[in-house]
Ligand binder design. Sequence first.
Ligand code: HEC
Ligand SMILES: [Cu+2]
Length: 361
Amino acid sequence: MESAKPGRGFWVTTAILALIALGGVLYFWMIPTVEPWLPPEGGHPGDQVDWLFRFMASSAAVLYTFVLGYIIYFAIAYRRHKSDPDDALGVNVHDNNKLELTWTVVPLLFVLLLSVLSIRIWYALQVQPNNGLVVESIGRQWYFTFRYPGVNGEVTDEMHLPVGVPVTLNVTSQDVIHSFWVPDMRLKADMIPGMINTLRFTPTRVGRYKIICTEFCGTGHSTMDKQIMVVQPAAQYQVWYRGWQMRNANASNAIPTVTSGAISLAGGNVAAGKALFSQKCSACHALGPFTQRIVGPGLLGVLHDPTHPNLVDGDPATTANVAKILQNGYTGSIGHMPNQAQNGLSNKDIANLVAYLNTLK
Ligand code: HEC
Ligand SMILES: [Cu+2]
């Protein structure tokens, strides 16, 4: 029987494992300098999130290397030799209090340390007020919209932010669960109907960052990665912000829901309808003939084309029937036309849109 005292082989193994572990630690701390898969962080506390990731990953590399390395080493060093009898027993070790205390207390302290570090970053990311710009984002099938203080209605293309200014971002959804993800900012929050989740951060690098939905939300989910968070110098941001203030001057602030019953079309404002159309409809509808499709059909002749007497749902092309499609949505052979709530339309918006569509020929 061999001695239970570690021999030279044990110390050589330990040295080799220490070298491998050191390699693992260096690897994780040098990301993203040496590894392009982690994009450089665009903001704070994204930098802290990365720090925590590096810390956890390099600790895990050390643990993994030593645990696995020693399992392999001991299996080889203390195997049964050919010369041992078939029923040879190993050394039985009982009740080593010092050892048991060590392997309980050390991991306990380490796990506590990890939780303290994680909770601090979670607190900065979701709870700690930052008195900065408050922006809202609403998830819809299948795009995001944004609300800014001082801008009527919703911003429907990109999300712009001034660099260096703290942001409180409140997210929710109007239809199904989506998830708001900006990998470069290390930001992710579920968008849940009827609930508001908050992300707090400060963009620190000018640039264009993808906003991606990471929760399967229907057949269009995979296309929900087209919008961008644009971080820019304050002066440029102001130009963009004033542009949307003007563009949305006539937009309604009402929280849109599906209403029942016919919508009154009296007093529809063509100019307001035109502005709304470019925000909410032009991504899917061209101002061309019925056959000129984007997602939905071209709408140039929707109310005044003799070759297009009926709407897609078979009803005659009248203003009341167009309003009905805007109210209820319609899914047919061409695709899915979102309803009033999904498009974020108030009754007034629908009256304005129909007034505008009625001028197209
Ligand atoms: C996500 C894409 C999408 C958006 C956004 C969208 N539509 Fe549609 N729309 C469609 C599709 C697809 C159809 C055809 C549905 C079918 O028949 O299969 C349609 C059909 C229509 C029709 C019926 C056309 C006809 O000739 O019968 C009208 C009118 C219409 N949409 C107006 C609008 C307006 C106004 C907006 C903006 C508030 C809008 N749509 C936003 C996809 C969209
Ligand atoms: Cu989604």
